[in-house]
Design a protein around this ligand. Structure first.
Ligand code: LMR
Length: 328
């Protein structure tokens, strides 16, 4: 019976696509919510898994659970504090229960592109933000890039007034709620895994996301079109629990963190091109993409930017100024 049970366990592990973890290895479960290919986070997570399993074989073993197969982003941080999962990379919009500092990244039109985000994160102020949740038991390890957000709905969006009265799905961020209200929309916080169904069934009319997420989860199939607004960003924090990190032997921790740093550097450089490839795939699949004239884009800036004032207190004016000086 024992042999049959072992064989079954092995075959289940094999089906899930994991290198079977050996006895004595430190098992690192990494839960995330996106697809794995043509996606900056999906690709980076798979590369991290492969490198840890190759280079730390016998010591550490990583299992990546993509596509919300283990946890949604709204559950994963609690699960991490319980010790049920060791690694996650939620978008910076999903840390509101733990810190208000990341609200900076959600403010519309704060960063002109991902290079500006990268430069801000690399600064002393940006690096210090990784430690902002230590008191709450979470340790940020690295920022991973996705890209600029675009708007989509079940009707063409060219002027901000086109969004008037529409229901929009947003990530769990009060800044994004305020942003959608600023254009006359009615925002609804919702887990990523529920968005496709909600768009399809008309529970919401529209959403905002990066090309890689719009392609990866096929949102373009259930929307009239996507407007290239580049009005905000989606970026991630690779995060673990303070307790888990402390539990590692120093040399094991160093090796793991070195691999993570290398994967971060390699993959962050590619995030723009991964999103551009996803954009092309949307066009190839028959999705409609609309561009804005400079005047139309300015109207979106004028409608959304007043949101900054509301959150300047949470974020800190000095951080807003630092981000803006990078854009200049
Ligand atoms: C979303 O919920 O739209 C994104 O945060 C998903 C992701 O991880 O990119």
């Amino acid at each position: 019976l024992a042999t049959a049970a072992t064989a079954l366990a092995l075959s289940v592990t094999a089906t899930a696509g994991f290198a079977a973890c050996e006895e004595g290895e430190i098992v690192v479960k990494f839960a995330h919510v996106t697809n794995t290919d043509k996606h900056p986070k999906g690709i980076a997570a798979s590369l991290l898994e492969q490198r840890v399993n190759d280079e730390m074989n016998g010591t550490m073993c990583m299992e990546v659970y993509p596509n919300s197969t283990l946890y949604n982003d709204d559950k994963v941080l609690e699960a991490m504090l319980q010790g049920d999962v060791q690694l996650a990379a939620p978008s910076l919009s999903k840390f509101e229960k733990f810190t208000k500092q990341f609200r900076l990244f959600d403010l519309p039109f704060m960063f002109k592109n991902i290079e500006a985000v990268d430069a801000f994160q690399a600064s002393e102020t940006g690096q210090a933000m990784k430690d902002s949740m230590q008191r709450r038991g979470l340790q940020g390890l690295a920022f991973w890039h996705n890209g600029m957000k675009q708007m989509s709905a079940n009707k063409p969006l060219l002027e901000p007034s086109d969004a008037n009265g529409l229901k929009f799905r947003v990530q769990s961020s009060d800044v994004l709620v305020a942003q959608m209200e600023a254009i006359g929309g009615s925002p609804q916080k919702m887990a990523f895994s529920e968005v496709y169904g909600a768009l399809q069934q008309g529970v919401v009319d529209g959403q905002e996301n990066t090309w890689s997420n719009i392609y990866g989860k096929k949102f373009f199939e259930v929307q009239d079109g996507i407007t290239e607004t580049n009005h905000g960003i989606i970026d991630y924090l690779v995060v673990t629990s303070v307790d888990w990190l402390d539990s590692l032997e120093p040399d094991v921790r160093d090796q793991f963190l070195t691999i993570l740093t290398e994967v971060t550097e390699t993959r962050n450089k590619e995030s723009y091109s991964v999103n551009q490839a996803a954009k092309k795939s949307i066009i190839d699949a028959g999705g409609v993409i609309r561009e804005l004239t400079p005047e139309q884009r300015q109207a979106w800036v004028d409608a959304m930017k007043p949101v900054w004032e509301k959150f300047a207190g949470d974020v800190g004016q000095e951080k807003i100024d630092a981000a803006q000086s990078i854009n200049a």
